[in-house]
Design a protein around this ligand. Structure first.
Ligand code: GLP
Length: 243
């Protein structure tokens, strides 16, 4: 069941998105909340931090984590999800390292680290709220088109454009593989509540496709039609084909 909310403009979108997270924290002081990085969520993270600083609320029991992470780059790289989340929201809320669950960016045993990431979330009771960005090809996290709906946390291939950018920014030589560790579709679908966030005209076509098109692994986001408690939070630009 998908509920759709359409914000009048980008500012309202950012504010509504921020309040989704703050409400969850207010309703559930032990909430386990999944975040996403990218252009869509940057402002919402900043707003959450600003509201917290002006009107503090209790965050001591919450757990925050990121839905995905870039592999084989330094964790301190500005494009690593760990660093993006840390600088955009984690530090502003004073979340401890213990309550910020992220997979590593470098590992000698990815199978083990993927399993550990999922197990740590399960040990906290599973995901209460997952904020999800959306790729223009319909990807969720790093789950690219073609990913089976049964997939569980794994290392996915990154799309070529993003991979080229990260390779350049981190000076990673061609022989070293870059990937995207991501919660699988199955893990994402187990979240008790999902808020998919998409803004801007570049997302309009894919928003229409995942909402109105067939449910297919060719378009990972289409699986959300099967989720019992999912909201699409959009702005008018990204919603232009569905209104
Ligand atoms: C990347 C991330 C996703 C994110 C997506 C959307 O692919 N791995 O988690 O949802 O970008 O990014 P943007 O908001 O910049 O469009």
């Amino acid at each position: 069941m998908i509920n759709i909310t359409i914000a009048k403009n980008e500012a309202e979108f950012d504010s509504l998105a921020a309040w989704r997270v703050i409400h969850e924290i207010g309703n559930n002081p032990q909430a386990v909340i999944g975040l996403s990085t990218g252009k869509t969520t940057k402002n919402m993270h900043a707003i959450i931090g600003r509201i917290y600083q002006e009107y503090p609320f209790d965050v001591s029991g919450i757990t925050l984590f990121g839905v995905d992470e870039v592999t084989n780059v330094p964790r301190e790289y500005k494009g690593a999800c760990y660093t993006m989340l840390k600088t955009q929201i984690i530090d502003a809320l004073g979340i401890t390292e213990e309550n910020f669950i992220m997979p590593p960016t470098i590992s000698g045993d990815w199978t083990k680290d993927c399993r550990l990431f999922t197990e740590k979330l399960a040990a906290r009771g599973g995901i209460d709220l997952q904020i999800l960005g959306l790729g223009e090809n319909g990807h969720l996290g790093f789950n690219q088109p073609g990913t089976p709906f049964e997939s569980e946390t794994y290392i996915s291939k990154m799309d070529e454009v993003l991979e080229a950018r990260i390779r350049k920014e981190t000076n990673t030589p061609p022989e070293k593989e870059l990937g995207g560790l991501t919660l699988g579709i199955k893990n994402i679908m187990h979240a008790r509540k999902i808020v998919l966030v998409a803004k801007g005209a570049s997302k309009a076509a894919i928003v229409e496709k995942i909402l109105r098109g067939p449910i297919t692994t060719d378009v990972p986001g289409s699986v959300l039609q099967l989720h019992p408690n999912c909201e699409f939070l959009l702005d008018e630009a990204s919603a232009k084909y569905i209104i």
